[in-house]
Design a protein around this ligand. Structure first.
Ligand SMILES: C[S@@+](CC[C@H](N)C(=O)[O-])C[C@H]1O[C@@H](n2cnc3c(N)ncnc32)[C@H](O)[C@@H]1O
Length: 257
């Protein structure tokens, strides 16, 4: 062994993986308590939103509207919980679906069900060009909260409740609350229901003037009401603590019953 490889070997064995993760968890807890740092991170998010930061990521060439930190959180959830199905409510450009299909392909899940009120023909065409991954998509055109959509979703699930739901469509309080109530029963104990874009609650109202949502009327307010109605779900604060940059703070809900 060379001196350098011996040093590397020692560095790897001094701290076990469990210890490494424990150190990180403590550090994440401290980071979450650092209000100055959290404030600066929010400031960066607000400033960067003016430059369409979250619109600039792609997965295998398809745009997706999410931050890398949130994608890592979704990857971690899928790795730990191994859902059969992911339901992506709000498809947009399809990159989010493709990302989740990649993970299901590797880890052995079944399908990603995408729901959107508008699915342009070129999206179907693009999603069908991703070789093996294309077989993992089911697209439903319709409103997420309509009875017809729910019937079609249930038919695809075929009774499975090993389901990860990601809500990311219309962000008004009323619509998201309706979605939370509609999709929560599809999720079994241990699985997750992610409520997207809770960050709207913390953004300056002028950023959303052309939208029907904003501070006081958004996914975060819907989650608050939903959690007051049920004891089946809790916020996974461990995820929140390590994010620093996230579009979904307080939105990672895990079913505990
Ligand atoms: C923020 S984008 C989704 C982004 C996507 N999840 C991603 O990660 O790239 C919101 C999408 O929700 C869709 N949408 C809006 N209202 C909806 C509704 N009532 N039901 C289903 N989809 C809806 C819009 O057409 C739009 O494509």
């Amino acid at each position: 062994m060379t001196e350098q490889s011996m040093a590397n070997h020692q560095a790897k064995t001094i701290v076990s993986k469990e210890e490494f993760l424990r150190i990180n968890e403590n550090a994440a807890h401290e980071m979450s308590m650092d209000k100055q740092l959290q404030g600066k991170a929010l400031e960066v998010l607000v400033q960067a939103d003016r430059h369409r930061w979250i619109h600039q990521n792609t997965w295998f060439g398809e745009p997706l509207l999410n931050l890398p930190q949130d994608m890592f959180a979704i990857q971690d959830i899928i790795w730990r919980t191994r859902p059969d199905f992911v339901i992506e409510v709000g498809v947009a450009w399809g990159g989010g679906m493709l990302f989740e299909a990649t993970l299901l392909e590797i880890l052995g899940g079944k399908k990603v069900i995408g729901i959107d009120i508008f699915i342009p023909p070129d999206l179907r065409q693009r999603l069908s060009s991703h070789r093996k991954l294309s077989e993992r998509f089911e697209l439903i055109e319709g409103s997420s909260t309509s009875a017809d959509t729910l019937t079609r979703v249930k038919a695809l699930l075929g009774g499975s409740r090993k389901v990860l739901v990601i809500l990311d469509s219309n962000h008004t309080h009323e619509h998201v609350l309706n979605e939370l109530r509609t999709y929560a029963p599809l999720v079994e104990k241990g699985q997750y229901l992610i409520c997207g874009d809770t960050i709207v609650e913390h953004m300056p109202p002028q950023l959303h003037v052309v939208r029907p949502w904003g501070p006081g009327n958004n996914p975060a307010t819907a989650v608050k009401q939903f959690l007051s109605e049920t004891d089946r779900f809790v916020v996974d604060e461990k995820i929140d603590r390590r994010q620093l940059f996230s579009c979904h703070p307080g939105g990672y809900l895990q079913a505990v019953k």
